[in-house]
Design a protein around this ligand. Structure first.
Ligand code: ADP
Ligand code: MG
Length: 336
């Protein structure tokens, strides 16, 4: 039986073994090539996924920017519309107030003439004068009118600032007074600079140099000023946490705005004496959606959009100098 079996299988083993060996190594080589190819394909796939992810993030970024600029333009139109509508009634209230001021003066003089001509006007008139406290009334009335004039002038200033701030940008750059833009931004942010129960007013130190009119998109430039000043206020408010009112009063919050012309480049420096930032934060601040603020307080869009406006639209530069405890300074450079 054994002899039979070795006759049956034994003869082909030496014949088949080399074939199998060749076949095996061919298969191993094919498998190896196959694995290599798979790896290659995998790398290509990974690269494609990375590219797709980058494209997706770019797309998201542009989408957010489009929404943001659309929002700004709608808001700009709304603000400009409101400013325009306010202008009319403010105009006639202001004009009428001027008339009232003159009438009050005339009537007061006339009344005084009466009093001099008829020092004894009779019991009823004397009683009435006492009831209405005519001396006080005559003294106070011009003051009331003057205070109304101050109020209406303030509304006029706000309306002008709103219109300056919300200038909708044309398709071409226009010649613009940057100082006017900064002033209108400060007026709009006034409510945030004012004193409140936790801190005194934030001091604004303006050191304006001689700047020429600058060719730019005013609405976009004002948006940058707004972002930088609002960030400085946020930083100062954050640094005030846990500090006593008197402590802040002794070392007041301030924002310095310095403008200079250096080699035909209009430079605007916005510096605060807030907490400053660490190197790690500083490296990321211009990244899209980077924020250290809580949800609802920060979007992480301000600086990335500002950098885009200054560097891509205006061929300028937006940079930051800051260290922890040293405040932060943002430098905007625009070719004039
Ligand atoms: N003046 C500043 N002082 C300290 N940190 C600042 C200042 N300005 C900006 N930053 C930092 O940069 C981050 C990004 O700012 P920004 O792009 O305007 O987004 P957001 O204000 O919505 O957080 C802020 O969250 C903050 O951490
Ligand atoms: Mg911001």
């Amino acid at each position: 039986m054994i002899a039979y079996c070795s006759f049956l299988f034994g003869w082909w083993i030496p014949v088949v073994s080399p074939i199998l060996a060749v076949l095996g190594s061919t298969m191993a080589i094919s498998a190896y090539i196959y694995v290599c190819r798979l790896r290659e394909l995998n790398t290509i796939l990974e690269q494609t996924v990375q590219k797709l992810e980058a494209a997706m993030s770019d797309l998201k970024q542009s989408q957010i920017q489009i929404i943001q600029s659309e929002k700004m333009s709608t808001l700009g139109q709304l603000v400009a519309g409101v400013a325009h509508e306010i202008n009319n009634p403010v105009g006639f209230v202001s004009g009428n107030l001027k008339c009232i001021g003159e009438y009050v003066e005339d009537l007061t003089n006339h009344l005084q003439l009466y009093q001099q001509t008829f020092p004894e006007p009779g019991k009823d008139i004397k009683n009435d004068a006492k009831t209405i406290d005519i001396e006080y009334l005559l003294e106070d009335m011009p003051k009331v009118v003057a205070s109304m004039q101050v109020g209406i002038n303030r509304i006029k200033d706000i309306s002008i600032s709103l219109r300056t701030f919300s200038r909708s940008d044309t398709s071409n750059k226009v010649s613009y007074n940057i100082h006017e833009g900064i002033d209108s931004t400060l007026m709009i942010l006034k409510h945030r600079l004012k004193a409140n129960e936790t801190r005194p007013e934030i001091q604004i130190i303006k050191e304006y140099g001689q700047l020429p009119m600058v060719n730019c998109y005013p609405g976009q430039l004002n948006q940058v000023m707004m972002n930088l000043i609002a960030n400085a206020i946020d930083a100062l408010d954050e640094s005030n946490h846990g500090r006593e009112y008197t402590e802040i009063q002794a070392n007041p919050n301030n924002i310095t705005i310095l403008t200079t012309l250096e080699n035909k480049i209009a430079t605007i420096r916005i510096k605060d004496n807030g907490p400053g930032m660490s190197d790690t934060v500083k490296q990321k601040i211009f990244e899209h959606l980077f924020t250290t603020k809580t949800v609802g307080q920060g979007t992480g869009l301000g600086l990335s959009i500002s950098r885009q406006i200054i560097e891509e639209t205006h061929d300028g530069k937006l940079s930051c100098i800051s260290a922890p405890g040293e405040g932060a300074e943002f430098v905007v450079e625009i070719p004039s």
